[in-house]
Design a protein around this ligand. Sequence first.
Ligand code: PLP
Length: 431
Amino acid sequence: MSSLSSHSQGSSATTQDIPSSILPTPAQPGPFGHKQRKNFFMPEGKTEFNHGSYGTFPRSVQENMMKWHNKAEENPDRWVRLDLKPALAKVRTQLAEFMNCYKDELALVQNTTVGVNTILRSIDFVPGDRILQLSTGYGAVDKTVHYICDTHKDVEIVEVPIVMPLTDHEIVFQVEKTIQDHLAKKDGSRIRLAMIDWISSVPSVLHPIKALVDMLKSYEILVFVDAAHAIGQVPIDLTFLNPDFLITNCHKWLYSVRGSAVLFVPKRFQTSIHPTAIQGDYKSGSFELEFSWNGTMDYSTILSVEGALEFRKQYGEDAIIHYCHRLAVEGGEKMAEILGTNVLTPHEQQVGNMVNVRLPIKNINHPKIETPDYLIRLLLDRYNLFAPSYKHGGYFWTRVSSQIYLELSDFVYLGRVWKEVIEELNAEKDA
Ligand SMILES: Cc1ncc(COP(=O)(O)O)c(C=O)c1O
């Protein structure tokens, strides 16, 4: 058993309260850091380093979700027939205010996967259409794009190769070059739509989204932003960004309960966009009605967005976003120092709340890292923690998520855990 395997959280942060005009830092966390642990569900001895995958929500948000859940249970007919739609509309109003758009441009859906399917399966792709995507796009999104190609004649993918590190300027250049190379072929096909991550998953890169949207639109390409990680991690102004479609998960960084996401569809496209599961309001002429009922199910997770926004309001958006970002930057540097490596994105503006740190494995094709679940089990069983790892650009990386319940000392601990794991693998004779 490793000496690191019984990590306890230590005591709460001792930092005194700071004036509200000063944004918190990892050194002066104000209301953030370990003192936040009591507001979440992590048991003693468990530290969450992978908020980015599935999110986790505060206790008060679960209470808010239960309020909706119980309301439905106490009087199902009143709930479904009278109260549900106004409750959903209120959450859309709150989210519209939060993202600077109109309430009627938003539909609440279960998750990004559903949102991506909703849009891609509604568009009337025709022969010759091409869908542009980044090579670092998310697996399920890439598979959905493949499905569209498989089910439509002569619809194909145009992939932009992205190998980090690249500057923001180089990323935009790379995408534009791919478009120009495609145009130069003059084969009669056209790039109809681009799927672009605002913040990619692995490696995690905060993209120059406004520059990308503007450039793609200048080529008359529809832009669908996969903003799965955006809401709660970066400020969103949809009027300014002006994408054609955007989907963002509230259950990741906004702190609502899993199964809550919001899809942005401007009025000009609404008559052609339908939910993945068609229901009785099809052809009602109302986008709002079509997306306010997905058949009988529990809507309390989606409605818990209300509780998430309430939780955030007590600290302020700037304070939460700034703390998580600084902690990701400084925590990543600390881990890289412990491991004797580097972070993938030295340009700070490419880091949101997730940082990619290189793991010093000697053999990138080590049989154990090729074994499905080996590292997952090792990290969870031996250390009771998890951070995803992956290959990119010929190196092996881990992605670490910062959060308001973490402190720099947690990153130090995780750095030591990874050091121990990698040293063990490097010491093996088939390493
Ligand atoms: C970039 C990106 N897109 C889409 C998804 C899918 O999100 P969900 O599983 O909530 O549908 C994820 C999930 O992590 C993601 O990182």
